[in-house]
Design a binder for this molecule. Structure first.
Ligand SMILES: [Zn+2]
Length: 193
């Protein structure tokens, strides 16, 4: 699976033959190869939408991949924005029941997400990804951010600052949560142990 900023920009990159195979030592160009499984995804307060991610194949090694837009999370029926909003609410101190009620999701679903966002190694990786992007975009902004001791809050702040500066400096139109999904490679939540 390859996380892409948006389906449209991915289609352009495929047409221009500028999207490369991620396999180590290959790096040949990718071509369209049908679509992946159709899936139903819910955003914040909206009707579910059906999406069918593009499948691609490498012209060199023949490996196939699914291109997942960063607004979506792998194997989850809720958008990056929904999962991210739950994490941001947790960082502010809200409990899973209240977050679930606000988002209109089941308490067990939200509790599962939050459990996948408390491992320190995972949170440190998220922080690092945000810091790398932000330093590249605006090192002064990075230096101005002080840690709070709340690691979840700190990593979401770092990622959000990077996304904010990417929109401002690079003229990228994608929403902040989509860019955070891109920076974290679709792994806002830690994979199951
Ligand atoms: Zn390849």
């Amino acid at each position: 699976m390859i996380i892409v900023r948006a389906a449209e920009s991915a289609e352009e990159a495929l047409a221009d033959r500028t999207m490369r195979c991620p396999h180590h030592g290959c790096g040949d160009t990718l071509q369209r190869w049908g679509h992946g499984r159709r899936r139903r995804v819910r955003g914040l307060g909206t009707e579910p939408i059906d999406v069918q991610p593009r499948r691609v194949r490498c012209r060199g090694c023949g490996a196939t991949q699914v291109l997942l837009p960063a607004a979506l999370q792998p194997r989850r029926a809720d958008s990056t924005e929904v999962v991210g909003t739950a994490l941001a609410s947790k960082a502010k101190g809200l409990g899973y029941r209240r977050i679930a009620a606000t988002l209109g999701r089941s308490a067990s679903t939200v509790r599962r997400w939050l459990r996948r966002a408390r491992d320190r190694a995972h949170l440190n990786r998220l922080w690092q990804r945000g810091a790398q992007e932000l330093i590249r975009l605006n090192a002064d902004a990075f230096n101005a951010i002080a840690g709070t001791g709340n690691l979840l809050l700190d990593c979401l702040t770092m990622l959000a600052a990077a996304a904010w500066w990417a929109r401002r400096r690079l003229g990228i139109a994608e929403p902040v949560w989509t860019l955070i999904g891109l920076y974290t490679g679709g792994r806002l939540l830690a994979p199951p142990a």
